[in-house]
Design a protein around this ligand. Structure first.
Ligand SMILES: [Zn+2]
Ligand SMILES: [Zn+2]
Length: 241
């Protein structure tokens, strides 16, 4: 009753275009949801980079052939541009955490379409350094990972990985600097290495640019005996890598 009255006087507005949405729990209207286009294959089978359309399925990009990443497979749902860039900004910096509902719904659908939901034991987020978390108050990766795990029905362990070194934001650095910047900055919580042993792990993050953060976390997990590491991110800045 009270919720009904609130909706009557303050109808829920779409975070994409500002128009009224039909249901109170909706953050995005139908039109905006349809405007966020999912990425289309072919993708590199390792890092998920967009490959030219004439390439047959099951190919690896030249970077993955030379660098051989630690993760087994990475995939991103959307291109990081236009409406999605704004929505991610609203989610992370505007602390509009309820947008995770739409993000996770779309992410899990995409994972199903691409056979990424099979064989998962554990979901993890990319941790933030405690000092940065204190400043930023929320870790977008944690919110997305926790909700993704719930939707998939897989165990979530938000504190298993730790950020032990505070590093400048990756977004401000060039590709080769990102790899040096991030190296050795994560670890597995003391006495918890057995929790990843022989496990098939899914890492969840908001953005994938060069993949150096996901790769460094994967390196730590593989060293601790993880059977496989998959990475799913909401968006990928192909043009930024
Ligand atoms: Zn809208
Ligand atoms: Zn690749």
């Amino acid at each position: 009753m009270i919720a009904g009255l609130i909706n009557l006087f303050y109808p829920p507005l779409c975070h994409g275009c500002g128009k009224k949405t039909t249901l109170p729990e909706q953050n995005l209207c139908k039109g905006c949801l349809e405007n966020i286009k999912k990425r289309l294959p072919p993708f590199c089978v390792r890092c998920g980079r967009q490959l030219p359309s004439q390439i047959q399925m099951q190919d690896t990009c030249s970077d993955c052939r030379t660098e051989n990443p630690y993760y087994d497979r990475a995939l991103s749902v959307f291109h990081y541009g236009d409406i999605l860039r704004e929505l991610v900004h609203t989610f992370k910096y505007g602390k509009m955490t309820s947008l995770a509902n739409e993000f996770v719904e779309l992410t899990v659908d995409f994972m199903k379409e691409h056979g990424m939901c099979k064989k998962l034991d554990l979901v993890l987020c990319i941790p933030m350094h405690p000092a940065r978390l204190l400043r930023r108050e929320i870790n977008g990766s944690h919110i997305l990972a926790k909700n993704t795990a719930k939707k998939l029905g897989v165990r979530y362990s938000g504190s298993l990985l730790k950020k032990i070194k505070s590093t400048p934001p990756q977004s401000k650095l060039k590709r080769h600097r990102r790899i040096d910047n991030i190296k050795g900055s994560f670890s597995i919580k003391k006495n918890r290495a057995s929790a990843v042993q022989d496990k098939d792990i899914l890492l969840v993050d908001d953005l994938f640019t060069t993949g150096s953060t996901a790769n460094e976390c994967s390196r730590i997990l593989k060293q601790a005996g993880a059977a496989s590491v998959k990475v799913i991110t909401l968006a990928r800045g192909d043009n930024l890598s």
